[in-house]
Design a protein around this ligand. Structure first.
Ligand code: PLP
Length: 400
């Protein structure tokens, strides 16, 4: 007998969405209860006791997300950064070191460089393209975590997850991939050897700019290093996260989990359009005489093109960054668009434009990781692409 395995889009629509037994609702009801009746002392119905520990709506979403990532267990958090914080607390202890890619999200950079040190955890940035240097640094620092964001924000660099997984594992470190920019539709880091995936579900998973959320998906069976001493008896990272999440209270509300779950069901069709429109916008920019550089790994002459075809075969995502030679012009373009809204964030149906050196990556100012001052970041949305290109065309003309 052949075992039929469902495709990702079927999983997105059906996992966690079994119809309600009593009413036949085709989508599961929104469970807003903070507490659940017990049939006898400590005899729980379906394992549900109190909303900080577990909630059926949150579980439905995390089951679906874990299925899409091809991973064991998923967890939903009130924000991407709260997911990152809880994960790092689970994986590290005072005295530990975390190595991360230079081009990480500004908020991640702030967490790693300003908050973790106070807990006795040091962190340092690496060029993830230089694999020898990564291997050397992990061994030298005794890093317990290698943190990778690919494609990176905002420069859209692409890093080789499979190669970095091998390097991390050789050094005894856990490989965490922030999969926010790609989404599980475009990239499945666990299948490439990563141990843990993190998301800001605020972005493509939610997809409509009406939600702040985060998630973690952990590879089945991933354990803390033996010397760690965790809170669970098994030492399984998933159990450590569940314990911490319940203990510190970093849980997503059922209403937000429901919105994130609904977003997951249209992720594939949205991502396809984000990718085709972003590629058209990137091509337009690459041909524009005022544009000095375009960063989009879906362009044939982008340094990340070959790796992207291998690692993200369905498309390069919806974010495009470009440079225009001066900070003044970059800022003026951001302030001159009419369809692209001047706002941080990405991953939604509406197109956004921003100036990263100040708006999203200000936490890197004065550090080696500081961005070029003439960069503009676009989050290409789902409007008609002709309108987006015309808008950029007039904004660039207005800025010069
Ligand atoms: C937005 C973002 C985060 C942080 O997520 P929040 O939901 O804003 O807390 C982390 N990583 C990446 C790549 C992001 O874009």
């Amino acid at each position: 007998m052949t075992v039929h395995t469902f495709g990702q889009q079927t999983l997105a629509i059906h996992v966690g969405s079994t119809s309600d037994e009593r009413t036949g609702d085709v989508v599961p009801p929104l469970h807003i209860a903070s507490t659940h009746v017990q049939d006898a002392v400590d005899k729980l119905r379906g394992g549900y006791e109190y909303g900080r520990a577990a909630n059926p709506t949150r579980d439905a979403f995390t089951q679906a997300l874990a299925a899409l990532e091809g991973g064991g267990q998923g967890f939903a958090f009130p924000s991407g950064l709260s997911a990152e914080d809880t994960l790092i607390r689970a994986l590290t202890r005072p005295g530990d070191h975390v190595s991360f890619g230079r081009d990480v999200y500004g908020g991640t950079f702030r967490l790693f460089t300003r908050v973790l040190p106070q807990a006795g955890i040091t962190a340092s940035a690496l060029d993830l393209k230089d694999h020898d240097a990564v291997a050397y640094d992990l061994a030298e620092q005794g890093s317990v975590v290698l943190w990778v964001e690919t494609p990176s924000n905002p420069m859209m660099e692409v890093f080789d997850i499979q190669a970095l997984a091998d390097i991390a594992h050789e050094a005894g470190a856990v490989l965490v991939v922030d999969n926010t920019f790609a989404s599980p539709y475009l990239q499945q880091p666990l299948a490439l050897g990563a141990d843990v995936v993190v998301h800001s579900t605020t972005k493509y998973v939610g997809g409509h700019s009406d939600l702040i959320g985060g998630a973690v998906v952990v590879h089945d069976g991933l354990k803390l290093p033996a010397a760690r001493g965790g809170w669970s008896e098994t030492g399984l990272v998933a159990e450590e996260i569940a314990f911490l999440q319940m203990t510190v209270g970093a849980v997503q509300s059922p209403r937000d989990a429901h919105v994130a779950h609904r977003g997951l069901k249209t992720l594939a069709v949205r991502m396809d359009r984000h990718c085709t429109s972003a590629l058209e916008v990137a091509r337009f920019l690459a041909d524009h005489p005022r544009v000095t550089a375009v960063h989009y790994p879906g362009l044939e002459d982008d340094p990340g093109f070959e790796l992207t075809r291998k690692q993200m075969p369905r498309g390069a995502g919806g974010v495009v960054s470009f440079q225009v030679g001066s900070a003044g012009a970059a800022r003026a373009i951001c302030e001159s668009t009419k369809v692209f809204a001047l706002a941080v964030s990405l991953g939604s149906v509406e197109s956004l434009i921003e100036y990263p050196p100040i708006m999203t990556h200000g936490s890197k100012e004065g550090f080696d990781e500081e961005l070029p001052d003439d960069v503009v970041r676009l989050a290409v949305g789902l409007e008609d692409v002709e309108d987006l290109i015309a808008d950029l065309d007039q904004a660039i003309a207005a800025a010069f």
